[in-house]
Design a binder for this molecule. Structure first.
Ligand code: 5GP
Length: 119
């Protein structure tokens, strides 16, 4: 069983957050350090540490992340203009919180995807 994360505490309401959406499978709230005018995290209620550990029984829940992303994008008025969905995986992927989540970034024209410059 995965250990409790800071996101579990937000989902449970132990830590306050700006929750935009919650259902049986996922919870969405504003990122504490936004990287875009709209920066929302859509988090699985089940604390799976990363995509590296997903199982086929998680398929419905993981697919639901996209359905909720579309709903939030629609609510924010950006579903037509566009937005970016990111899932970081592991240390090299830049994942800081070991609890599966999707970033929704929106609110303007986004820059290109980054990769460190090789010197
Ligand atoms: P990761 O790098 O794991 O893909 O993204 C983790 C995200 O969680 C970061 O964008 C970070 O700003 C956000 N974050 C970390 N701690 C908290 C918190 O306590 N509350 C909220 N709302 N976001 C957090």
């Amino acid at each position: 069983m995965a250990t409790e994360t800071i996101f579990t505490k937000i989902i449970n309401g132990t830590i306050p957050s700006n929750i935009l959406y919650h259902d049986d499978l996922v919870t969405a709230f504003a990122d504490i350090a936004p990287k875009a005018p709209h920066h929302i995290l859509i988090v699985t209620n089940k604390p799976i540490p990363s995509v590296a550990e997903v199982e086929s029984c998680d398929e419905q829940m993981l697919g639901h992340l996209f359905i909720v992303a579309r709903k939030i994008a629609t609510d924010l008025g950006v579903n037509e203009s566009g937005y970016r969905l990111i899932v970081n995986v592991g240390a090299d992927g830049g994942q800081e919180v070991p609890h599966i989540h999707m970033h929704l970034l929106a609110g303007g024209k986004l820059g290109g995807l980054g990769f460190p410059k090789q010197d």
